[in-house]
Write a protein that binds this ligand. Sequence first.
Ligand code: EPU
Length: 416
Amino acid sequence: MDKIVIEGGVALKGEVSVSGAKNAALPILAATLLAPGIHYLSNVPPLADIRTMKKVLELMGVKFQEGEPLVVDTSHLTGWMAPYEVVKTMRAAVLVLGPLVARVHQASVSLPGGCAIGARPIDLHLKGLEAMGVKITLNQGYVEAKVKELRGAEIILDFPTVTGTENLLMAATLAKGTTRIVNAAQEPEVADLARFLTVLGAKIQGIGTDVLTIEGVNALKPAPYQIMPDRIEAGTYLAAAAITRGEVRIVNAPVQHLTAVLEKFHEAGVQFTTKDNLIAVKPGGSLVGVDVKTLPYPGFPTDMQAQFMALMSVAKGASVITETIFEDRFIHVSELRRLGADISVSGNQAVVRGRRYLMGAPVMATDLRASASLVIAGLAARGVTEVHRVYHLDRGYANLTEKLEALGARIKRVPA
Ligand code: EPU
């Protein structure tokens, strides 16, 4: 197992390009199941989670031809099961549930257990599918779903769950009649999936809003599609540039989807300009503590909370960070403390008192964004930081070490 070794204190300088969005590519790969034939997907990021999703689809008879674009052949399906061994490593595998019930009228998907950031049930996915006529039973840890004819329904979500909205949206495209998903997640990745489905021939209204109206069609047909860039990856490089007082051009960034994030970085004193798909970070100005509360989109994303906390740990003054999406997403706190950060946690609130500097140390985290926050902190810390369990970063950041090295960071990946 590899570790990342960082010698902190170098101001990042140069240009970094944002890769395709993990959380758009995952549902879009699952959605290819809906349309038999050959799909051409471009800008699919080279990530461990993407490889895991391909493995799940291969178990169902899907064939892949690597390259740009990625070729996905969903002509013949031979299975409809997402086994425990896969779902336990990546919850997003549950995204095959909606497409499978729509295309082959059945699915057997392992129920995800708890994970590092909370219990994360899928009850809202299942309730919505039941409203569309799907019979759901639980058998030895597996959700068994069966349906004769999927029918449109009015579904009011108790919470705007991202993958839940995606599962229901995908199922609804081939249901008989009209489905309305009320309190739908408005995350840009849900909208990217909806646009992909539209290109395949789905009839969807309200894309990007909290009410999605889907008129079922008889069949969908493959068509080429380009995955949107990753807003969280862009935000992570913004934090890395800001904490090192660097001068970095973040290109191919989905600026229009980063409004809440950019607003908070601006409030915190980070100097930057934006233009089209570019964020240009400049050194200068001093960092000040600001309060942040994670919320569903368009609010501040939970997937940027840990990285922002790393930045706040060297800002002047205090910052109160409130996590409202996941109940246990402060696992990075104790590791940031090992680097000298002054953070106290009470319930879902963390109070960060900025320090003048952090100090390098060996650290590890059990979640993707937590690991990213440790890399960011390590880039600014005095001395050497070793980030263990690099596989978490491999799940969601394309060529992280290489991209940071190209920006001048003293960073290397070595066997642990
Ligand atoms: N929830 C329920 N019941 C459900 C579904 C969700 O109670 O049926 C709760 C969850 O337990 C959680 C909250 O609702 O407390 C939000 O969960 P949501 O379903 O929105 O999250 P998700 O779909 O499992 C996606 C992303 C996450 C991201 C969250 C929130 C993908 C593949 N994953 O997860 O991404 O944090 O939305 O924006 O899209 C990451 O990339 O690091 C990551 C964790």
